[in-house]
Write a protein that binds this ligand. Structure first.
Ligand code: NAD
Ligand code: GLY
Length: 365
């Protein structure tokens, strides 16, 4: 059984399939898109031994030859050097304009492969086969591609939509629980932004989902993809409401950058702490009932996510400087704030002082 969600972007529209056994069916599902008899499969060293064979068998069954390129696992791979090496390996195989890349892995592989696809020969197509919960509910959808820079997260990138997204639920069976929990932070985000009904579903079903219940996972992934498809379909390039998807991210990206992207704090964990900060800031500014912020923190903690800063020796000013460098900043600080659960909005030119006070209090806590 699988479900299909459509991202409507005119000529660049595409399907997201959510279900079991999709990697084995990849050749069949991609048949209309693959124009060569080969596909460049980009994956990482942890995912390759677990899932590449099923995907590659699925491609061969449709007469497509997979050419595998394996990168190191983890956020540290999302950099300019690795991007250069990936492009070099691709060029060694003499790609054509109609060649296609397939990203098999989490958000790191999806982001770097998408960026490579947008650059190779001035742009080739790519397919996303996300294998983490985070990538299935967020990063594989919407066409943001990037690598990190010393100056901050995702600062070198492009918008390049995939042609197809295959969210195979079977892949999640091998995902460590900590990674599942990190991905869950991006699931509940959709409820917190504008869907209190989905937040209530999350409240009732997060434990089942994290314990591996397939039906709960399928529902959460399809709902998340529907929510993201709606937002991206209306605002592909983040001129407006797409920024709502960055709830918790301005704080979270600064925490990740302060830790030099070393995986001590996973992206989803940084987002969870950042989401608590965004709700706390909303309370501090008199916008949000304190009970809603407490509820968000309780919910994330119950899902096994961190809700407080990972390091007590940070300086608020250093974090503020990193936030000002975030690409979402434009002049003053931009945050996604909330008037309550399901009532998020984009706030530009947020005064710095309450943010500094909030960070100082969080560091001292
Ligand atoms: P990741 O790609 O590093 O994957 C997490 C870890 O899980 C890695 O070690 C990976 O090897 C391993 N793994 C992946 N699939 C597995 C599986 N099925 N079984 C066992 N292990 C598996 O990280 P992530 O959390 O998937 O993605 C985080 C990245 O996504 C960040 O760089 C973030 O900036 C990016 N992101 C991008 C967007 C976007 O719109 N493009 C949105 C959200 C996040
Ligand atoms: N994850 C934020 C976005 O896709 O816009």
């Amino acid at each position: 059984m699988s479900e299909t969600v459509r991202v409507e972007l005119g000529a660049r529209s595409y399907d997201i399939h959510v279900g079991s056994g999709l990697l084995q069916q990849a050749g069949k599902l991609a048949a209309g898109i693959v124009k060569e008899k080969r596909v460049f499969v980009v994956t990482d060293e942890r995912v390759a031994p677990l899932h590449a064979m099923r995907l590659e068998d699925g491609l061969r069954a449709a007469g497509i030859a997979p050419l595998r390129i394996t990168l190191p696992a983890g956020e540290a791979t999302k950099n300019w050097d690795q991007l250069g090496r990936l492009l070099d390996q691709l060029l060694d195989s003499r790609p054509e304009r109609r060649s296609i890349l397939l990203a098999l892995g989490g958000g790191v592989i999806g982001d770097i492969t998408g960026l490579a696809a947008s650059l190779l020969l001035r742009g080739v197509d790519f397919i996303q086969a996300p294998t983490t919960l985070l990538a299935q509910v967020d990063s594989a959808v919407g066409g943001k591609t990037a690598v990190d820079a010393r100056q901050g997260k995702n600062l070198i990138g492009s918008f390049h939509q995939p042609r197809l997204v295959l969210c195979d639920l079977d892949a999640l069976a091998t995902l460590p629980r900590r990674e599942l929990q990190a991905g869950y932070a991006e699931v509940v985000k959709y409820g917190l932004i504008n869907d209190p009904g989905f937040f209530a579903w999350c409240d009732a079903n997060a434990a089942r989902l994290l314990d591996g219940d397939r039906a709960a996972q399928a529902h959460a992934i399809a709902e998340s993809c529907r929510a993201k498809a709606r937002i991206v379909g209306a605002d592909e390039r983040e001129a407006g409401d797409r920024a709502l998807l960055n709830l918790g991210h301005t704080f979270g990206h600064a925490f990740e950058a302060a830790l030099a992207f070393d995986d001590a704090l996973l992206h989803g964990e940084a987002v969870a702490i950042g989401t608590c900060c965004a709700f706390d800031l909303s309370v501090r500014l008199g916008l949000c009932p304190p009970e809603d912020a407490r509820r968000v923190r309780r919910h994330l903690a119950a899902a096994g996510l961190p809700t407080t800063l990972p390091q007590s020796d940070w300086a608020a000013d250093r974090l503020l400087a990193l936030m000002a460098q975030d690409k979402k900043a434009r002049g003053g600080l931009t945050f996604i704030l909330a008037r309550g659960i399901g009532k998020a909005f984009v706030a530009h030119d947020v005064p710095v002082e309450p943010v500094r006070e909030l960070l100082a209090a969080a560091i001292a806590a």
